[in-house]
Design a protein around this ligand. Structure first.
Ligand code: PBG
Length: 327
Protein backbone atom coordinates (compact mmCIF):
# COMPACT_ATOMS: atom_id res chain seq x y z
CA UNK A 1 0.00 0.00 0.00
CA UNK A 2 1.45 3.32 -1.00
CA UNK A 3 -0.57 5.18 1.63
CA UNK A 4 1.13 4.68 4.97
CA UNK A 5 -1.12 7.03 6.92
CA UNK A 6 -4.24 4.97 6.50
CA UNK A 7 -4.06 1.56 8.10
CA UNK A 8 -7.00 0.10 10.02
CA UNK A 9 -5.29 -3.05 11.16
CA UNK A 10 -2.94 -1.51 13.71
CA UNK A 11 -5.88 -0.86 15.98
CA UNK A 12 -6.79 -4.56 15.89
CA UNK A 13 -3.35 -5.89 16.70
CA UNK A 14 -4.19 -7.33 20.12
CA UNK A 15 -7.16 -7.76 22.42
CA UNK A 16 -6.01 -5.01 24.80
CA UNK A 17 -6.04 -2.41 22.04
CA UNK A 18 -9.27 -3.80 20.60
CA UNK A 19 -10.95 -3.45 23.96
CA UNK A 20 -9.70 0.15 24.33
CA UNK A 21 -11.41 1.20 21.11
CA UNK A 22 -14.57 -0.86 21.55
CA UNK A 23 -17.66 1.26 20.87
CA UNK A 24 -20.33 -1.02 22.27
CA UNK A 25 -20.38 -2.86 25.57
CA UNK A 26 -23.15 -5.24 26.57
CA UNK A 27 -23.43 -5.27 30.35
CA UNK A 28 -25.47 -7.50 32.63
CA UNK A 29 -26.88 -4.23 33.96
CA UNK A 30 -28.60 -3.64 30.60
CA UNK A 31 -30.61 -6.84 30.82
CA UNK A 32 -34.14 -7.78 31.81
CA UNK A 33 -35.03 -11.45 32.24
CA UNK A 34 -38.59 -12.52 31.28
CA UNK A 35 -40.18 -15.12 33.58
CA UNK A 36 -43.44 -17.07 33.49
CA UNK A 37 -45.52 -17.81 36.56
CA UNK A 38 -48.29 -20.41 36.67
CA UNK A 39 -50.82 -21.75 39.20
CA UNK A 40 -50.14 -24.62 41.57
CA UNK A 41 -47.46 -25.59 44.01
CA UNK A 42 -44.06 -27.11 43.54
CA UNK A 43 -44.32 -26.97 39.77
CA UNK A 44 -41.58 -26.20 37.25
CA UNK A 45 -42.37 -26.88 33.60
CA UNK A 46 -39.93 -26.40 30.74
CA UNK A 47 -41.36 -24.60 27.70
CA UNK A 48 -40.93 -27.16 24.89
CA UNK A 49 -39.97 -24.66 22.20
CA UNK A 50 -37.71 -22.67 24.56
CA UNK A 51 -35.03 -24.94 26.06
CA UNK A 52 -33.96 -23.86 29.55
CA UNK A 53 -36.94 -21.48 29.94
CA UNK A 54 -39.47 -22.57 32.56
CA UNK A 55 -42.91 -21.77 33.91
CA UNK A 56 -42.86 -21.67 37.70
CA UNK A 57 -45.52 -21.89 40.35
CA UNK A 58 -45.20 -18.96 42.77
CA UNK A 59 -43.30 -20.92 45.43
CA UNK A 60 -40.78 -22.20 42.87
CA UNK A 61 -40.39 -18.78 41.28
CA UNK A 62 -38.64 -17.49 44.39
CA UNK A 63 -35.72 -19.88 44.03
CA UNK A 64 -35.41 -18.99 40.37
CA UNK A 65 -35.44 -15.27 41.17
CA UNK A 66 -32.71 -15.84 43.72
CA UNK A 67 -30.46 -17.08 40.94
CA UNK A 68 -31.33 -14.07 38.76
CA UNK A 69 -30.42 -11.74 41.64
CA UNK A 70 -27.18 -13.56 42.38
CA UNK A 71 -26.14 -13.19 38.73
CA UNK A 72 -26.46 -9.40 39.00
CA UNK A 73 -29.38 -9.09 36.58
CA UNK A 74 -31.24 -5.94 37.68
CA UNK A 75 -34.79 -6.69 36.57
CA UNK A 76 -37.29 -9.32 35.55
CA UNK A 77 -40.39 -9.09 33.40
CA UNK A 78 -43.24 -11.18 34.74
CA UNK A 79 -45.89 -12.98 32.69
CA UNK A 80 -48.77 -14.96 34.19
CA UNK A 81 -50.65 -18.02 33.05
CA UNK A 82 -53.96 -18.02 34.98
CA UNK A 83 -56.02 -20.88 36.33
CA UNK A 84 -59.13 -19.79 34.43
CA UNK A 85 -59.63 -17.75 31.29
CA UNK A 86 -62.83 -15.94 30.39
CA UNK A 87 -64.16 -13.37 27.91
CA UNK A 88 -63.38 -10.48 30.25
CA UNK A 89 -59.92 -11.59 31.38
CA UNK A 90 -61.03 -11.34 35.01
CA UNK A 91 -58.05 -13.34 36.35
CA UNK A 92 -55.80 -10.61 34.96
CA UNK A 93 -56.82 -8.11 37.65
CA UNK A 94 -57.80 -10.33 40.55
CA UNK A 95 -56.07 -9.45 43.81
CA UNK A 96 -55.02 -13.07 44.21
CA UNK A 97 -54.11 -13.65 40.59
CA UNK A 98 -50.95 -15.54 39.88
CA UNK A 99 -48.93 -12.43 38.93
CA UNK A 100 -50.22 -10.39 41.87
CA UNK A 101 -49.22 -13.15 44.31
CA UNK A 102 -45.86 -13.60 42.62
CA UNK A 103 -45.10 -9.87 42.78
CA UNK A 104 -45.97 -9.67 46.48
CA UNK A 105 -43.75 -12.62 47.33
CA UNK A 106 -40.81 -11.56 45.18
CA UNK A 107 -40.87 -8.03 46.59
CA UNK A 108 -41.20 -9.36 50.13
CA UNK A 109 -38.21 -11.66 49.68
CA UNK A 110 -35.89 -9.50 47.59
CA UNK A 111 -36.96 -5.86 48.00
CA UNK A 112 -34.98 -3.52 45.78
CA UNK A 113 -32.46 -6.23 44.88
CA UNK A 114 -34.66 -6.99 41.88
CA UNK A 115 -36.88 -4.65 39.88
CA UNK A 116 -40.15 -6.35 39.04
CA UNK A 117 -41.71 -5.29 35.75
CA UNK A 118 -45.13 -6.74 34.99
CA UNK A 119 -46.52 -7.33 31.53
CA UNK A 120 -49.95 -5.70 31.30
CA UNK A 121 -52.05 -7.46 28.66
CA UNK A 122 -55.13 -9.64 28.40
CA UNK A 123 -54.10 -12.31 25.87
CA UNK A 124 -53.14 -15.01 28.40
CA UNK A 125 -56.31 -14.31 30.37
CA UNK A 126 -59.00 -14.21 27.68
CA UNK A 127 -60.70 -17.40 26.50
CA UNK A 128 -60.25 -16.26 22.87
CA UNK A 129 -56.57 -15.31 23.28
CA UNK A 130 -56.85 -11.73 22.02
CA UNK A 131 -55.16 -8.84 23.80
CA UNK A 132 -58.48 -7.05 24.32
CA UNK A 133 -62.19 -7.36 24.90
CA UNK A 134 -63.88 -8.81 21.81
CA UNK A 135 -67.38 -7.93 20.60
CA UNK A 136 -69.92 -10.54 19.48
CA UNK A 137 -68.86 -10.13 15.87
CA UNK A 138 -65.25 -10.86 16.84
CA UNK A 139 -63.83 -7.32 16.76
CA UNK A 140 -61.39 -6.16 19.46
CA UNK A 141 -62.95 -3.22 21.33
CA UNK A 142 -60.26 -0.61 21.94
CA UNK A 143 -61.95 1.60 24.53
CA UNK A 144 -63.66 -1.17 26.47
CA UNK A 145 -60.25 -2.83 26.73
CA UNK A 146 -58.72 0.31 28.27
CA UNK A 147 -61.06 -0.03 31.25
CA UNK A 148 -59.80 -3.56 31.92
CA UNK A 149 -56.14 -2.65 31.35
CA UNK A 150 -56.43 0.09 33.97
CA UNK A 151 -57.61 -2.47 36.51
CA UNK A 152 -54.79 -4.85 35.58
CA UNK A 153 -52.10 -2.17 35.93
CA UNK A 154 -53.57 -0.98 39.22
CA UNK A 155 -53.69 -4.50 40.65
CA UNK A 156 -50.02 -4.95 39.74
CA UNK A 157 -49.06 -1.64 41.36
CA UNK A 158 -51.02 -2.56 44.49
CA UNK A 159 -49.14 -5.86 44.65
CA UNK A 160 -45.86 -3.91 44.54
CA UNK A 161 -44.77 -3.93 40.89
CA UNK A 162 -41.89 -1.51 40.30
CA UNK A 163 -42.73 -0.84 36.64
CA UNK A 164 -45.78 -1.77 34.55
CA UNK A 165 -45.39 -2.66 30.89
CA UNK A 166 -48.51 -2.55 28.71
CA UNK A 167 -48.05 -4.83 25.68
CA UNK A 168 -51.59 -4.85 24.29
CA UNK A 169 -51.17 -2.11 21.64
CA UNK A 170 -54.60 -0.54 22.22
CA UNK A 171 -54.70 3.17 21.38
CA UNK A 172 -54.62 5.43 24.42
CA UNK A 173 -53.64 2.78 26.93
CA UNK A 174 -50.56 4.55 28.25
CA UNK A 175 -52.59 7.67 29.08
CA UNK A 176 -55.41 5.65 30.59
CA UNK A 177 -53.03 3.63 32.77
CA UNK A 178 -51.06 6.73 33.79
CA UNK A 179 -54.24 8.48 34.97
CA UNK A 180 -55.43 5.39 36.82
CA UNK A 181 -52.08 4.97 38.59
CA UNK A 182 -51.82 8.66 39.49
CA UNK A 183 -55.41 8.70 40.75
CA UNK A 184 -54.68 5.85 43.12
CA UNK A 185 -51.45 7.30 44.51
CA UNK A 186 -49.01 5.38 42.31
CA UNK A 187 -47.39 8.45 40.71
CA UNK A 188 -43.99 6.84 41.22
CA UNK A 189 -44.67 3.68 39.23
CA UNK A 190 -43.13 4.15 35.76
CA UNK A 191 -44.65 2.83 32.55
CA UNK A 192 -42.48 0.90 30.11
CA UNK A 193 -44.59 0.97 26.97
CA UNK A 194 -44.39 -1.66 24.24
CA UNK A 195 -44.65 1.25 21.81
CA UNK A 196 -43.56 -0.18 18.47
CA UNK A 197 -44.78 -3.74 18.73
CA UNK A 198 -45.00 -5.54 15.43
CA UNK A 199 -47.35 -8.35 14.40
CA UNK A 200 -44.50 -10.85 14.27
CA UNK A 201 -44.06 -14.53 13.55
CA UNK A 202 -41.28 -14.50 16.16
CA UNK A 203 -43.78 -14.63 19.07
CA UNK A 204 -44.66 -18.27 18.34
CA UNK A 205 -42.72 -19.95 21.19
CA UNK A 206 -43.93 -17.33 23.69
CA UNK A 207 -47.52 -18.09 22.83
CA UNK A 208 -46.87 -21.72 23.60
CA UNK A 209 -45.36 -20.69 26.94
CA UNK A 210 -48.11 -18.20 27.83
CA UNK A 211 -50.97 -20.14 26.22
CA UNK A 212 -51.92 -16.96 24.43
CA UNK A 213 -52.44 -17.94 20.80
CA UNK A 214 -55.55 -16.22 19.40
CA UNK A 215 -58.34 -18.76 18.84
CA UNK A 216 -59.53 -16.91 15.72
CA UNK A 217 -58.04 -14.27 13.47
CA UNK A 218 -54.69 -12.64 14.27
CA UNK A 219 -53.31 -9.50 15.91
CA UNK A 220 -52.88 -7.41 12.77
CA UNK A 221 -55.69 -5.02 13.73
CA UNK A 222 -53.76 -3.80 16.77
CA UNK A 223 -50.10 -4.74 16.31
CA UNK A 224 -47.96 -3.01 13.68
CA UNK A 225 -47.23 -4.16 10.14
CA UNK A 226 -43.57 -5.17 9.63
CA UNK A 227 -43.50 -2.91 6.59
CA UNK A 228 -43.74 0.35 8.56
CA UNK A 229 -41.14 2.46 10.29
CA UNK A 230 -42.60 6.00 10.25
CA UNK A 231 -45.66 4.56 11.94
CA UNK A 232 -43.40 3.21 14.68
CA UNK A 233 -42.05 6.69 15.31
CA UNK A 234 -45.63 7.97 15.57
CA UNK A 235 -46.55 5.22 18.04
CA UNK A 236 -43.50 6.09 20.13
CA UNK A 237 -44.30 9.81 20.08
CA UNK A 238 -47.88 9.20 21.15
CA UNK A 239 -46.82 6.97 24.03
CA UNK A 240 -44.38 9.62 25.24
CA UNK A 241 -47.08 12.31 25.09
CA UNK A 242 -49.37 10.00 27.05
CA UNK A 243 -46.76 9.54 29.76
CA UNK A 244 -44.52 6.59 28.90
CA UNK A 245 -41.24 6.62 30.83
CA UNK A 246 -39.47 3.97 28.75
CA UNK A 247 -40.39 3.13 25.15
CA UNK A 248 -39.84 -0.25 23.54
CA UNK A 249 -39.27 -1.74 20.13
CA UNK A 250 -40.28 -5.38 19.70
CA UNK A 251 -39.04 -7.72 18.26
CA UNK A 252 -35.43 -6.55 18.25
CA UNK A 253 -33.34 -8.43 15.70
CA UNK A 254 -35.57 -7.89 12.67
CA UNK A 255 -36.25 -4.25 13.65
CA UNK A 256 -32.77 -2.86 14.31
CA UNK A 257 -33.44 -0.07 11.82
CA UNK A 258 -36.54 0.92 13.77
CA UNK A 259 -34.59 0.82 17.01
CA UNK A 260 -31.87 3.08 15.61
CA UNK A 261 -34.41 5.58 14.33
CA UNK A 262 -36.34 5.62 17.60
CA UNK A 263 -33.12 6.15 19.54
CA UNK A 264 -32.26 9.09 17.32
CA UNK A 265 -35.73 10.60 17.50
CA UNK A 266 -36.47 10.59 21.21
CA UNK A 267 -34.88 11.65 24.49
CA UNK A 268 -36.25 8.74 26.45
CA UNK A 269 -34.77 5.44 27.58
CA UNK A 270 -35.27 2.89 24.82
CA UNK A 271 -35.82 -0.80 25.45
CA UNK A 272 -35.66 -3.62 22.91
CA UNK A 273 -37.30 -7.01 23.38
CA UNK A 274 -35.34 -9.87 21.88
CA UNK A 275 -38.36 -12.13 21.66
CA UNK A 276 -38.97 -15.84 22.06
CA UNK A 277 -38.43 -16.70 18.38
CA UNK A 278 -35.05 -14.98 18.41
CA UNK A 279 -34.08 -17.16 21.37
CA UNK A 280 -35.52 -20.39 20.01
CA UNK A 281 -33.88 -20.16 16.61
CA UNK A 282 -30.44 -19.77 18.14
CA UNK A 283 -31.14 -22.58 20.61
CA UNK A 284 -32.37 -24.89 17.85
CA UNK A 285 -29.46 -24.20 15.55
CA UNK A 286 -27.02 -24.65 18.42
CA UNK A 287 -28.58 -28.00 19.30
CA UNK A 288 -28.12 -29.11 15.73
CA UNK A 289 -24.48 -28.08 15.97
CA UNK A 290 -25.04 -25.50 13.25
CA UNK A 291 -24.29 -22.36 15.25
CA UNK A 292 -22.11 -21.59 18.27
CA UNK A 293 -24.70 -20.57 20.88
CA UNK A 294 -22.56 -18.23 22.95
CA UNK A 295 -20.97 -16.38 20.05
CA UNK A 296 -24.26 -16.08 18.17
CA UNK A 297 -26.26 -14.86 21.14
CA UNK A 298 -23.62 -12.32 22.16
CA UNK A 299 -23.34 -11.06 18.58
CA UNK A 300 -27.11 -10.57 18.40
CA UNK A 301 -27.25 -8.76 21.75
CA UNK A 302 -24.29 -6.57 20.76
CA UNK A 303 -26.13 -5.61 17.57
CA UNK A 304 -29.21 -4.67 19.59
CA UNK A 305 -27.14 -2.55 21.94
CA UNK A 306 -25.24 -0.94 19.04
CA UNK A 307 -28.51 -0.07 17.31
CA UNK A 308 -29.50 1.97 20.36
CA UNK A 309 -31.08 -0.14 23.10
CA UNK A 310 -30.50 1.11 26.63
CA UNK A 311 -32.37 -1.90 28.02
CA UNK A 312 -32.47 -5.37 26.45
CA UNK A 313 -35.12 -7.89 27.39
CA UNK A 314 -33.72 -11.33 26.64
CA UNK A 315 -34.22 -14.99 27.56
CA UNK A 316 -30.42 -15.27 27.34
CA UNK A 317 -29.95 -12.92 30.33
CA UNK A 318 -28.77 -15.61 32.74
CA UNK A 319 -26.43 -17.14 30.15
CA UNK A 320 -24.99 -13.73 29.31
CA UNK A 321 -24.33 -13.03 32.98
CA UNK A 322 -22.34 -16.27 33.17
CA UNK A 323 -20.58 -15.68 29.86
CA UNK A 324 -19.38 -12.15 30.44
CA UNK A 325 -18.74 -12.62 34.16
CA UNK A 326 -18.26 -9.00 35.22
CA UNK A 327 -16.70 -8.11 38.58
C1 PBG B 1 -48.54 -10.16 24.97
C2 PBG B 1 -47.12 -10.37 24.67
C3 PBG B 1 -46.52 -11.12 23.64
C4 PBG B 1 -45.15 -11.10 23.89
C5 PBG B 1 -44.95 -10.32 25.01
N1 PBG B 1 -46.17 -9.86 25.47
C6 PBG B 1 -47.05 -11.96 22.57
C7 PBG B 1 -48.03 -11.53 21.58
O1 PBG B 1 -48.20 -10.36 21.26
O2 PBG B 1 -48.67 -12.45 21.11
C8 PBG B 1 -44.13 -11.83 23.07
C9 PBG B 1 -42.84 -12.08 23.74
C10 PBG B 1 -41.98 -13.08 23.08
O3 PBG B 1 -42.24 -13.59 21.98
O4 PBG B 1 -40.95 -13.40 23.70
N2 PBG B 1 -49.28 -9.42 24.13
Amino acid sequence: MGFPLVRMRRMRRCETIRSMVRETHVSVKDLVYPMFVQPGNGIITEVPSMPNVYRYSVDKLLGAVEEVVSLGIPALLLFGIPEVKDERASSAYSKDGVVQRAVRQVKRSFGDDIIVITDVCLCSYTSHGHCGIVSEDGVVQNDATLEVLKMVALSHAEAGADIVAPSDMMDGRVGAIRRALDGAGYQDVPIMAYSAKYASAFYGPFREAAESTPQFGDRTTYQMAPTNVREALREVELDIVEGADIVMVKPALTYLDVLAKVKEAVRMPVAAYSVSGEYSMIKAAARMGWLDEKRTALEVLTAIKRAGADIIITYFAKDVAKWIDEP
